[in-house]
Write a protein that binds this ligand. Structure first.
Ligand code: NCD
Length: 369
């Protein structure tokens, strides 16, 4: 897909990488979203999505899912939407869910799929710059999904392609500590589905490593799109939510509080969002410290189910370790939603890719016979 916006390209040409990366996120949005539709083109962070786009994405995900149930005609129709186009999944940081759900979403939409998971097998290992690698990748495909261990790596890819003759979309699947916007999309879609398509008026507990978890940061940014949302942050003292997110919440008048006593706040929650301790960022002795400090206070024990509201959900972006009692995995309680949340990720990504390629109306208009 070629850019429909000459102006963006002309402006992008005048901005060097240092200037681009130093810009505030809200000022980068014009370089990321499609200026005609307002939908995302490149996907780097949650602030690119307003309420209208999020509602549309949830509707498209629901409809695509329904169409896919029609094994013959429905599936063929979905496959026809992006037939003949190609996607590259360039994942040089570990991933199971994000990688597989993107790959399957692309296949549902009929895309051909290429992947690079080990940078040692690409020319970066011969000293090729990231810029040259990304430009090379863009020669063969129509979409790049990228996960990278370094901050700003995907953003740099966006900067490169905005200036190149083949401006194809890049979606971030996570870039070091930067945001993980597509996880936040599937989280919102999961809340939407679980509460009869109503996301407003929810109290959400986010618990665990709020300092380094990229999913909770991205999800927090989405709160400004909904009415009367309340966030309760529960974390070890040294892993608290960063000031930038708290400032954002204050600026947008979104209520939040920090709590130490997890058990006490469980009855207040519509959504409990568990996260793991991100100890891959710890060096040496800190690794041990991270775990010791967590203790039992930040875990979900089986008996806590009795404290949860009847209509509430327990989410986790996964992978999990021991922060949720394993017996809950198979207990059959409908509030245990994290396995369904994984699958929702595939449909949220189908919807996102369809919207990037402006196929959402085809999906919404499709009549299931
Ligand atoms: C998360 C990630 O990679 O940030 N995983 C995911 O994409 N579902 C969460 C994590 O690694 O803890």
């Amino acid at each position: 897909m070629k850019t429909n916006n000459k102006e963006i390209k002309e402006r992008a040409h005048k901005i060097n990488w240092r200037e681009f990366s130093a810009m505030e996120e809200k000022d980068k949005i014009v370089f990321l979203n499609n200026s005609q539709t307002g939908n995302p083109f490149h996907v780097l962070f949650s602030q690119q999505f307003d309420r209208k786009i999020l509602d549309l994405l949830c509707k498209v995900a629901d409809k695509a899912r329904l169409i896919h149930k029609n094994r013959d005609k429905g599936r063929k129709f979905l496959k026809s939407l992006l037939f003949g186009t190609f996607a590259l999944n360039f994942f040089s940081q570990p991933s199971s869910r994000t990688f597989l759900s993107f790959e399957t979403a692309q296949e549902i939409l009929g895309m051909g799929i290429r992947d690079i998971r080990d940078p040692n097998t690409s020319s970066e290992a011969k000293g090729e710059s990231m810029e040259d690698s990304i430009r090379t990748f863009s020669s063969y495909v129509d979409l790049i999904v990228m996960r990278h261990p370094e901050a700003k790596a995907v953003e740099r890819g966006v900067w490169v392609l905005n200036r190149s003759d083949r401006r194809i979309p890049i979606i971030s699947g996570g870039s070091g500590p930067d945001q993980h916007p597509t996880q936040a999309l599937l989280d919102i879609y999961t809340i939407y589905k679980s509460f009869d398509r109503k996301v407003d008026n929810k109290t959400i507990i986010m618990i665990g490593d709020l300092l380094r978890g990229r999913t909770v940061r991205s999800l927090s940014y989405f709160m400004k799109n909904y009415k009367n949302m309340k966030l309760i942050f529960v974390s070890p003292r040294h892993l608290r939510m960063k000031k930038d997110i708290k400032d954002f919440l204050k600026r947008h008048k979104i209520s939040y509080q920090e709590e130490n006593n997890f058990k006490k706040v469980i009855p207040l929650a519509d959504v409990i969002y568990m996260t793991r301790i991100q100890d891959e960022w710890d060096k040496g002795k800190n690794k041990q410290k991270s775990h010791e400090s967590v203790g039992q206070g930040f875990k979900f024990k089986a008996e806590y189910l009795n404290l949860m509201k009847k209509k509430s959900i327990l989410m986790h972006p996964l992978p999990k370790r021991d922060e949720i009692d394993v017996e809950l995995d198979y207990c059959g309680d409908p509030r245990i939603i994290y396995w369904r949340q994984e699958r929702n990720g595939m449909w949220a990504r189908v919807a996102l890719i369809a919207m990037i390629f402006q196929k959402e109306q085809d999906i919404l208009r499709y009549k299931i016979k």
